[in-house]
Design a protein around this ligand. Structure first.
Ligand SMILES: NC(=O)c1ccc[n+]([C@@H]2O[C@H](COP(=O)([O-])OP(=O)(O)OC[C@H]3O[C@@H](n4cnc5c(N)ncnc54)[C@H](OP(=O)(O)O)[C@@H]3O)[C@@H](O)[C@H]2O)c1
Length: 312
């Protein structure tokens, strides 16, 4: 297939592109800068210059493709305070892809998340679907993103083979600059490896290369309207994560009270307090996906998160 990939230069996209090319697909990646364009060329992809706000350009790239994988998200503005603006831009891009692909039966794969799907119990692919599902515990931009995922699944009724790949909060691996790297950085800065309360709350996790494989399978064969879970570890207790970090950095592992969590963990506190396990049993059964790369604790134990002095 000729696949148009947004976010092809990002953490997950830079694993998805080789997974696609390795399987014989051609990739055109969206690039908004010279450095992203150069990275795509080096990976063997074609470059489609533009940004998420160039809707006409997104429309023509989608129309010229055999399928679209949408991974780009304005994390830069989202993490500097305008999550709603980032989610709104994302929704407009997704609407554009839906219009461009309507009636074609071509695949459209959206990256989404599992966090907050079913707090306190194991979320499955059946959660977060149907009218009102976006209302749950989510607010603002997070609610908009959930609604965008729901809209993507509804493209199935317009003859788009749409699917949503829900990612856990940590998509880990060598070179990770996300939540795990931030947690290591906070432990270094504070001189303790902390967890909130008794640390029994759980995060699901997936290795970046296993996630990339699932995006390929979704593109190739997910039935229209599929919600898929890129989950390898169903739920790793945050305390177990803190213990590996403490061992590698030779720091004490300590409980931080919920009242002090905001000051200790800053923007990460809300995420770190979540108890959000998730299953991928239905995804494995549907697509034959089987994670083969290290789980989160084994990956942390390999040591690469601790090589860089800043922890990032
Ligand atoms: N990583 C995780 O643990 C995780 C967990 C749950 C969900 N997700 C979701 O999975 C998707 C991919 O995440 P990621 O970790 O790979 O993100 P990332 O590393 O931050 O990459 C984001 C990508 O989006 C591109 N982008 C950002 N703003 C753009 C704009 N205005 N126009 C065009 N392209 C733009 C970036 O291009 P540049 O290279 O030019 O910056 C980059 O390729 C996102 O939807 C993310 O929210 C990720």
């Amino acid at each position: 297939m000729r696949v148009f990939v947004t976010g092809a230069s990002g953490w997950i996209g830079s694993a998805v592109v080789p997974a696609l090319i390795g399987a014989g697909h051609q990739v055109a990646g969206l690039a908004r800068s010279d450095s992203s364009a150069a990275a795509l060329t080096a990976a063997g992809a074609q470059v489609h210059r533009g940004t998420l706000d160039d809707l006409d350009s997104l429309r023509s790239a989608a129309a010229a493709s055999d399928g679209v994988i949408h991974l780009a998200f304005k994390h830069d503005i989202a993490f500097s305070g305008d999550f709603q603006g980032a989610a709104d831009a994302d929704r407009r891009a997704v609407e554009t892809f839906g219009e461009a692909l309507a009636g074609s039966d071509r695949p459209f794969v959206l990256a989404s998340g599992t966090l907050g799907l079913a707090p306190g119990r194991v979320a499955t692919e059946r959660d977060g679907r149907g009218p009102g599902s976006a209302a749950t515990s989510l607010i603002g931009g997070a609610q908009t993103r959930r609604a965008t995922a729901e809209m993507t699944l509804s493209f199935a009724s317009r003859s788009v083979r749409s699917s949503v790949v829900r990612l856990p909060p940590t998509v880990h691996g060598e070179g990770d600059n996300g939540f795990m790297a931030a947690l290591v950085g906070i432990a270094r800065d504070k001189g303790v490896s902390g967890y909130i309360g008794d640390g029994s709350n759980r995060w699901p996790a997936v290795h970046r290369l296993d996630a990339a494989h699932l995006f390929r399978l979704a593109l190739e064969k997910a039935p229209a309207g599929s919600a898929l879970h890129a989950i390898a570890d169903e739920g790793v207790p945050i305390r177990a994560i803190a213990e590996v970090i403490g061992r590698h950095l030779d720091l004490p592992v300590v409980a931080i009270s919920p009242a002090d969590a905001g000051e200790h963990f800053s923007w990460l506190a809300g995420f770190l307090a979540a108890d959000s396990p998730a299953s991928s049993a239905l995804t494995r059964e549907l697509l034959g996906w089987q994670p083969t790369h290290p789980g989160l604790l084994d990956d942390l134990d390999k040591g690469h998160y601790f090589d860089h002095p800043s922890g990032h």
